[in-house]
Design a protein around this ligand. Structure first.
Ligand code: KG4
Ligand code: ZN
Length: 333
């Protein structure tokens, strides 16, 4: 079975080809234009997708050495994401599928992040826990099997990726904030400043990152911009540490609560190297896995992979599916 996966939920125009669980090609075109504005401008993102989609899809097909006629199906992100950005991808995918007379499957972007771990680790077995850390979500899932998931906890407010992005903006670093804070943290002392880790003393699996961002802002205002500039590596490393430490502490709690002995990490923040190191250091009772870096941030490979899995298991969305900007992963309880 050969599937084309298309991803346009935010600021990455991406397409990939998956055949029998193997990724034959994966093209990601990142929209650099948003760095001028310090964040993603939805209208600009949609226009960029519209102008890049054909080229990205053609490149994915040619890199996979196949033609459109070899495709058995097309899968596309239907949510969550930016309305205009999702629409460009979904309309493109539906039109192409209709022209080729093949099914078009709508895919949940968050669920695809979770399943990206199977691309890096085909031997991964259910059940496992997944710390899902992206720009809009921070959740811990108990994954029992395909379409059977239990939400163990999530953030009450900002997502961890958002904490990186907002923190970077406060510090005058570039967008996206995660990679720029990670880079600025190199050589910094992560214990220099003690930023808050919400609910650290509670046994509950729950996060909150809005206070952290406020605490960084107060620190910058009290210390003064000039002084912060001089100690920017220490400030960045300490801020990064407080996010990473609480993320993994609660994953450790989730392992204790469930007794599940495999955990995976997924989503853009999973690309953070210090997060991975901390997971290795702190998760002594449990095997912990993270997908290769290119599969952490948004990509078409995870959409193609999950699309194929859905087809193989007989779950096909109706061709009339709609995009859903606030689509959730369903807790099967
Ligand atoms: O999964 P993703 O690419 O898009 C969403 O589905 O939201 O995640 C994007 C988020 C952004 O907030 C970005 O700052 C963060 O992932 N991110 C990182 C790193 N790379 C991307 N955060 C920390 N360290 C990184 N290396
Ligand atoms: Zn994502």
């Amino acid at each position: 079975m050969t599937i084309l996966g298309i991803e346009t939920s935010c600021d990455e125009t991406a397409a990939a080809v998956c055949r029998n669980g193997e990724i034959l090609s994966s093209i990601v075109s990142s929209q650099e234009i948003h760095s001028e504005y310090g964040g993603v401008v939805p209208e600009v993102a949609a226009r960029e997708h519209e102008s890049w989609l054909t080229k990205v899809v053609e490149k994915a097909l040619s890199n996979a050495k196949i033609s459109m006629q070899d495709l058995d199906s097309i899968s596309v992100t239907r949510g969550p994401g930016l309305m205009g950005a999702l629409l460009t991808g979904a309309c493109f995918a539906k039109g192409l599928a209709q022209g080729l007379r093949i099914p078009c499957i709508g895919i949940n972007h968050l669920e695809a992040h979770i399943f990206s771990n199977f691309i890096s680790f085909p031997e991964l077995k259910y059940p496992f826990l997944c710390l899902l850390v992206s720009g809009g979500h921070t959740q811990i899932w108990h994954v029992l099997e395909l379409r059977k998931y239990k939400l163990l906890g999530e953030t009450r407010d900002d997502a961890s990726g958002e904490a990186f992005d907002k923190g970077a903006r406060i510090l005058g670093l570039g967008y996206p904030g995660g990679p720029s804070i990670e880079k600025m943290s190199e050589g910094g002392d992560e214990n220099a400043i003690s930023f808050p880790q919400a609910f650290a003393d509670s046994d509950r699996v729950e996060y909150s990152f809005s206070g952290l961002k406020t605490s960084l802002l107060s620190y910058v205002q009290e210390t003064g911009r000039d002084k912060v500039e001089k100690q920017i590596r220490d400030v960045s490393a300490s801020y990064q540490y407080s996010i990473n430490k609480i993320l993994i502490s609660k994953l450790v709690k989730a392992v204790e609560l469930t007794g599940v002995n495999t955990a995976v990490i997924a989503g853009g923040v999973a690309a953070n190297k210090r997060l991975r190191e901390l997971a290795n250091e702190m998760m002594t009772e449990c095997e912990v896995l993270y997908p290769e870096l290119s599969l952490c941030t948004d990509n078409g490979a995870m959409i193609a992979y999950l699309g194929e899995l859905y087809l193989k298991n007989g779950f096909v969305t109706t061709p009339h599916f709609t995009i859903i900007p606030n689509l959730k992963v369903v807790d099967s309880d």
